[in-house]
Design a protein around this ligand. Structure first.
Ligand SMILES: CC(C)(COP(=O)(O)OP(=O)(O)OC[C@H]1O[C@@H](n2cnc3c(N)ncnc32)[C@H](O)[C@@H]1OP(=O)(O)O)[C@@H](O)C(=O)NCCC(=O)NCCS
Length: 165
């Protein structure tokens, strides 16, 4: 909804004061055929947002997705909203036939949501050694067999700066 867009755009600088994710956000929202954008609301107030981008592994037939970015308004953090919208997204993806979801993020957080370190599928750019454990994935119901290879993502994600500290 157009009203939601302005709130979503204000959410990211609040949640990530040291990072400008708005160009990425704008590009991903424009690619609505390959992205799933979900908001989290409390009493009508938009307090959270997450995007999943559909992608796949080279030479694999499976349908995959990348989680990110994810932002919760600072005043509403640690109240379960991040977990709620991620779980809702995973369910929607599973219903749509996606069988594997990747994320680059803090394992202390994403581990609670079922993600585990991913070693077989590699991100589009090589990660610095300290980030290797932050590259994670989760297999959803219906996955045929484990993937192996490079994750192929649409253009908005093909920026090395998004994959370096
Ligand atoms: C990280 C973030 C998405 C989590 O969403 P949330 O709604 O605050 O988290 P939830 O309420 O679902 O889960 C809370 C639990 O996750 C853990 N957690 C929350 N933020 C965390 C963080 N930044 N790192 C590690 N663990 C975190 C805590 O253990 C917390 O449990 P506790 O309060 O019992 O200790 C949110 O805090 C946020 O937007 N932060 C700023 C932006 C950001 O870092 N985004 C992550 C993108 S990779």
């Amino acid at each position: 909804m157009p009203d939601d867009l302005a709130v979503i755009e204000s959410l990211y600088p609040e949640a990530f004061p040291d990072e400008d994710l708005l160009p990425l956000l704008g590009e991903l929202l424009r690619e609505s055929s390959t992205t799933l954008s979900l908001v989290g609301k409390i009493g009508g107030l938009l307090v959270g947002h997450v995007i999943f981008t559909k992608c796949h592994v080279a030479e694999s037939a499976g349908a995959d997705a990348l989680l990110g970015p994810l932002a919760i308004a600072p005043a509403w953090q640690r109240r379960g909203m991040g977990s709620t919208i991620v779980r809702a997204g995973l369910q929607r993806l599973e219903d749509a036939g996606v069988t594997q979801v990747y994320v680059l993020g803090d394992p202390a957080y994403y581990g609670r949501l079922g993600f585990k370190t991913e070693m077989r599928v590699t991100p589009p750019y090589e990660l610095p050694p300290e980030w290797v454990g932050a590259w994670q994935s989760q297999t959803l119901t219906g996955a045929a067999k484990p993937r192996s290879g490079k994750l192929l993502l649409p253009r908005p994600w093909l920026q090395p700066a998004l994959w370096t500290p």
